[in-house]
Every structure is written in structure tokens, then in C-alpha cells.
Design a protein around this ligand. Sequence first.
Ligand code: 5GP
Length: 190
Amino acid sequence: MAKRGKIIIFSAPSGAGKSTIISALRERGIPFVFSVSATSRPPRGEEKEGEHYYFLTPEEFEAKISAGEFLEYEEVYKGRYYGTLRSEVDRKVAAGLNVVLDIDVVGALNVKKIYGDEAKTIFIMPPSIEALEQRLSARATDEADKIAERVAKAEWEIGHADRFDAVVVNDDLSTACNEAEKIFTRFIAS
Ligand code: 5GP
């Protein structure tokens, strides 16, 4: 039987640099594919079915919830769902692929409970709340009250960091990428 792939789950407060670190791992040639999430929101712009998301109607999504097909899901607001399909992760892992999940703290801890040692959870930590606030302000894509909301959420998320298998502090980006690479490559070799 072919070797099963591993599951690597990244979570971080918004603005902590998680996407940048995951992109750097890809550029360094670390072998992984993404878990494609399902959503009940309509596609935006160039988004493609099965590449960015699996696009479902709210009714289809709810039917899959009832059938127990999600490892985790969230109803962000009424009728607008996002979730990770068990079939998506299992199919890729069975094919020997390492699967990266980029999901929120609650989802990450739930998926870890299901897969145990087959999964590694990595929390990307901003160097401080002040630094996070500065990064979110510098991005200038959000209004002030939205930034305050994200900072409050970040404080809650950081409070759960000790429940992750590993924490990478993103103070200096290249140090953080090296650290994430080390954790990732050790885990997939184990
Ligand atoms: P967007 O609509 O901009 O693509 O995504 C909105 C939010 O949904 C993001 O914060 C993203 O993290 C979250 N999201 C995307 N996929 C999933 C998923 O599989 N599970 C959960 N819980 N949230 C997700």
C-alpha cells in the first residue's frame, strides 16, 4: 500500500502572515496540496469550481452537514457556510499527498481531534498585539472598527495557541519561514 500523506493545519489571527508563510513553503518546493473548502457563497470573479472552492447552494451544504460529510464547518452568517469536506482530505491523504488546511482556530482543533497523530496543527503567532494592529492598519483594507474587531478576535485566538502542536512566532519573516519549514518537513518524514 502506498504511504499515506499527512495533514498540516495552519491557523493564525488575521494579519499574522500565515498566507505569506504558506506561499514561501510552496516556493521552497515542500510537497503539499491544499484542501479545497466548500462554501455556499457564489463564486467571485475568476474563482473556479474545485480549485478555489466547491460551490454549493445553501440547501446542498445543509444536506451534507446532515449527512456528516464535514470535518468542520462554520455558518459565517445566515445561509453562508464554509467547511472542510472529509472526502476531500481523505482522498488526497490516501493518494499519498500532504494536505494543508488553512482554517480558523476552532476548525483546526476539531480536525486535529479527528485525525490525531496523522495531523499537525501549527499556530502562526504575531510578535505582539500592537504589531498585529500596526500590520492591519498598514494594509489599509479595513475600516477602524473592523480592525478593532479583528484585534479582539486575535486576542481570543492567541489565548488558544497553547492547544496547537507547534507555535511559530512571525517576528522576522525569514526566521518564521525557516521554523515552519523545519516543523513541516520533520512531520512529513515521520
Ligand atoms: P472568502 O469568502 O473571503 O473566500 O472567505 C471568508 C472566510 O471563510 C475566511 O475567513 C476563511 O478563513 C473562511 N473559510 C474558508 N474556508 C473555510 C473552511 O473550510 N472552514 C472554515 N471554518 N472557514 C473557512
